[in-house]
Design a binder for this molecule. Structure first.
Ligand SMILES: CC(C)(COP(=O)(O)OP(=O)(O)OC[C@H]1O[C@@H](n2cnc3c(N)ncnc32)[C@H](O)[C@@H]1OP(=O)(O)O)[C@@H](O)C(=O)NCCC(=O)NCCS
Length: 168
C-alpha cells in the first residue's frame, strides 16, 4: 500500500520512502557499520532490493521512512508488523549514515517515529528488538523512554507504551 506520511520537527523531516529512495537505502543498509546491527545482515543486491520494494508496496502493515536533513537523506527507519487489533507496531530497520551520526538525528528520528506511531497509526505500544551488545542503540532507546520487556539470547526486546497503558 503506497502511503505518504510526513512529519518534521523544524530540523529533521521523516517521510514515506518512494522508489527513488531504495538505492540509497540499499547502499546505506549494506555498510558493515549498519548491517551488522541487524538480525538479517546479508549484503542486498540491487535486484533483491527492487523485489523487496515490489513486495513492500503490497503490504498494509509496513511503513518505511526516509530521514532527511534539509535535502539530504541521512537515514531510514521502519514501523512494521502493524497490528490494528492489538494496537501495536514494531520500530526497526533504523540507521543513520555514519557521516551524519552523533549529531542528534537518531534521537530526533525516534521522537518523530513515536509521533507517527501514536498520532497517526493510533497504536498504544511500540516494540523493538536490539542486540544487547549494541550499547549505543540500547542507551538511545532507553533515554527515549523504551523499557526492556524481555531478553531472548543476544536480543533485547523493548517497548514504549502510551501514557495510560503503562504498568508502572
Ligand atoms: C543507533 C543510531 C541510529 C543512532 O544515530 P545517531 O544519529 O548517531 O544518534 P544521535 O546523534 O541522536 O545520538 C544518540 C546518542 O547516542 C550517542 N552516540 C552516537 N553515536 C555514538 C557512538 N558511536 N558511540 C557512543 N555513543 C554514540 C550520542 O552521544 C547520543 O547520546 P547522548 O544524547 O546521551 O549524548 C546510529 O548509531 C546507527 O545508525 N547505528 C547503526 C545501526 C543501528 O545500530 N541501528 C539500530 C539497530 S536496533
Amino acid at each position: 500500500m503506497v502511503h505518504s506520511y510526513s512529519v518534521h520537527d523544524g530540523f529533521l523531516e521523516v517521510s514515506s520512502i518512494q522508489q527513488g529512495d531504495i538505492e540509497r537505502l540499499r547502499t546505506l543498509r549494506n555498510l558493515d557499520a549498519i548491517r551488522f546491527s541487524f538480525i538479517d545482515s546479508r549484503v542486498i543486491s540491487p535486484e533483491e532490493q527492487k523485489m523487496w520494494f515490489e513486495r513492500y508496496k503490497e503490504k498494509d502493515d509496513d511503513f518505511m521512512f526516509a530521514i532527511r536533513l534539509a535535502q539530504t537523506t541521512v537515514g531510514f527507519f521502519a514501523l512494521y508488523g502493524y497490528d490494528r487489533d492489538r494496537e501495536t507496531v514494531e520500530f526497526g530497520r533504523f540507521m543513520i549514515d555514519p557521516k551524519h551520526q552523533g549529531k542528534g538525528s537518531g534521537r530526533r528520528a525516534i521522537a518523530l517515529a513515536l509521533l507517527i506511531a501514536f498520532g497517526k497509526l493510533k497504536v498504544s505500544e511500540v516494540t523493538l528488538e536490539v542486540f544487547g551488545e549494541n550499547t549505543t542503540a540500547v542507551k538511545l532507546y532507553d533515554s527515549a523512554g523504551f523499557k526492556v520487556v524481555s531478553g531472548k539470547g543476544d536480543l533485547v526486546k523493548m517497548a514504549y507504551r502510551a501514557i495510560g497503558n503503562r504498568a508502572e
